[in-house]
Design a protein around this ligand. Structure first.
Ligand SMILES: NC(=O)c1ccc[n+]([C@@H]2O[C@H](COP(=O)([O-])OP(=O)(O)OC[C@H]3O[C@@H](n4cnc5c(N)ncnc54)[C@H](OP(=O)(O)O)[C@@H]3O)[C@@H](O)[C@H]2O)c1
Length: 375
């Protein structure tokens, strides 16, 4: 019987981690064994932990025994291979893309089978949003997709959000804003939104990116913001302009400063993420537009009606591929191998020690003997 390794994260203290090694359990009818090959890791995965209880991300891969610690598995986007199958219609050797745990393998129960996809219909996943239960079966995909595996893991889940955000703003005529402020603009979600406001929606106002001093040069190198403001220097922003704030940082104090500074000229304030995950969330009572949380499925649903099912996502994919190509010189994709490396980079991301120039891919492929090896 094969062994498997998993990375557990303490749900009450994300810095506390544990690598466990267990025997793989035998499959029962209807199940497949999936060996995880590689995945992307960014601040978005930290946000899955932060919002894990509220949104249910901990429930995708529950931990059986806790031994007094509130262990959980943080999901990632990655590529994996079917290495054993007791499910009619899913063959050993198939390669899939989707939501995975940071583990060397996982067992799934494929259902709702189509040529290009299936859904993991395991009992515990049924109540969870189907978006995360769906897997792309890559065999029949266009050849181009095969060359974009790393981009799919590392960039596309974030670029898709950047695209939908840009579309949401454009669809609402930017609520009359003359400038758009993007909080934590060095994030993939943030800089892709800036890029798409330029290349896709042709926003003709001013794009202002907010970032840390050490990430300013990176944002500058991308060339999508007309102004870059570092945290603490918010008074450099033109407060006479009607402004929409789209925030990936989740930093309540920063939001409060911006709302008080812009007053009634803060015409929209949209929270998207929480890269500054240790900061206070709430901004307290503030002037200007009431802060709201971005709900991508609502805009995707609207465009599916406006443009036809899937058209928005097709456009987002195409624009994402172009952006990935354009930014390939700014972003160095780095492969880290094995579970110890997976744990170490998790901690580095928590500690904000990873430059936005580094695109982190974790490969579980080159495991020591005893684990699944996909060569
Ligand atoms: N609501 C949605 O549908 C949705 C979808 C996708 C993503 N998101 C959210 O968007 C955010 C960005 O995700 P991403 O994967 O694009 O991020 P990313 O590329 O990993 O972002 C890296 C940047 O985030 C900031 N950062 C990272 N770790 C930090 C830490 N520990 N403390 C303080 N700042 C830190 C830094 O930017 P600065 O120096 O510029 O602040 C850093 O350059 C996440 O919170 C994610 O959950 C939301």
């Amino acid at each position: 019987m094969m062994k498997m390794q998993e990375l557990l994260i303490d749900r009450d203290n994300y810095r506390n981690t544990k690598i466990i090694e267990t025997k793989s359990r035998p499959l029962v009818d209807g199940e497949v064994r999936v060996a995880i090959d590689k995945y992307g890791l960014t601040a978005n995965n930290v946000s899955y932990a932060v919002s894990g209880d509220m949104i249910g991300y901990w429930k995708y891969y529950p931990v059986d025994s806790n031994n007094g610690v509130n262990w959980g598995k943080v999901p990632v986007w990655g590529m994996a291979d079917i290495v054993e199958s007791k499910c009619n219609g899913v063959e050993v050797g198939e390669r899939i893309y989707g939501f995975l745990p940071m583990s060397s393998e996982v067992i799934m129960r494929p259902g709702k089978m189509k040529a290009a996809s299936f859904v993991d219909i395991a009992e515990h996943r049924k109540p969870l949003p189907e978006l995360y239960n769906g897997y792309s079966r890559t065999a029949g995909e266009p050849a181009l997709y095969k060359t974009l595996e790393n981009e799919r893991c590392l960039l596309f889940p974030l670029f898709m959000t950047g695209y939908v955000l840009a579309d949401f703003l454009a669809d609402n005529n930017y609520w009359g804003a003359e400038q758009v402020l993007i909080g934590s603009v060095s994030s993939k979600t943030g800089f892709s939104m800036a890029a798409f406001l330029n290349s896709e929606t042709n926003f003709d106002g001013k794009l202002v990116g907010l970032t840390s001093p050490r990430n300013e040069a990176f944002v500058e190198s991308l060339g999508d913001c007309q102004q870059i403001v570092t945290y603490g220097e918010e008074s450099e922003i033109d407060s006479s302009k009607k402004t929409a704030y789209v925030d990936m940082s989740g930093n309540g104090e920063l939001r409060n400063i911006l709302h008080n500074y812009l007053g009634d000229n803060m015409v929209r304030s949209i929270g998207v993420g929480a890269t500054h995950w240790e900061e206070r969330r709430s901004g307290g009572k503030m002037p200007g537009a009431k802060p709201e949380f971005f709900f991508a499925p609502a805009q995707i649903g609207k465009r599916n009606k406006d443009w036809g099912p899937g058209v928005l996502m097709q456009r987002a994919y195409a624009a994402g591929a172009q952006l990935a190509n354009r930014t390939s010189d700014n972003l160095n994709v780095e492969f880290l191998n094995g579970m110890e490396a997976a744990r170490d980079i998790w901690i580095e991301i928590l500690e904000n020690k990873v430059s936005p120039k580094r695109g982190i891919m974790v490969s579980l492929k080159k495991q020591n003997t005893g684990f699944y090896v996909n060569t």
